[in-house]
Unconditional design. Structure first.
Length: 137
């Protein structure tokens, strides 16, 4: 399950563990939708291509709609969740910059710890992408 993988991936035994964990818990609905999206993408590779593609578009529309409706606190949690989910398993397929960028600029009230989580994750991506094919950095 994606949620368990993200929790394990985001645990660093540092002062920001609680911030990362709280963000994932706050937008569990988003993690569930990302899991569905990942499953549908894997079906694209198989014989159910057309049906999976239509289902994937519907899931993306649901994600976009829910993100657009997020209030500040939930929006900040969604940004952190998306940043934690992006490339967490060394793939370059799941990058969420088109979802992250509008949320970062729209939501207000960023805490210093939330900003630290974002900067830490961005730095990790930059390091990882400098040595791989990942395009987000």
């Amino acid at each position: 399950m994606l949620y368990d993988a993200l929790v394990a991936e985001s645990c660093r035994n540092d002062s920001l563990d609680d911030v990362r964990s709280a963000a994932l818990d706050r937008v569990r609905w988003l993690v569930d939708l990302l899991e569905r999206q990942r499953t549908e993408f894997r079906r694209y590779m198989g014989h159910e291509y057309r049906r999976s593609r239509a289902t994937g578009a519907a899931t993306q529309a649901e994600i976009d709609g829910r993100l657009a409706a997020c209030a500040d606190e939930e929006g900040r949690a969604a940004v952190l969740c998306l940043m934690l989910a992006a490339c967490f398993d060394n793939t370059s397929f799941w990058e969420y910059d088109s979802e992250i960028e509008p949320l970062i600029s729209r939501v207000r009230g960023w805490t210093p710890d939330e900003v630290a989580v974002m900067l830490t994750r961005a730095t990790e991506h930059a390091r990882r992408c400098a040595t791989s094919t990942c395009s987000w950095a």
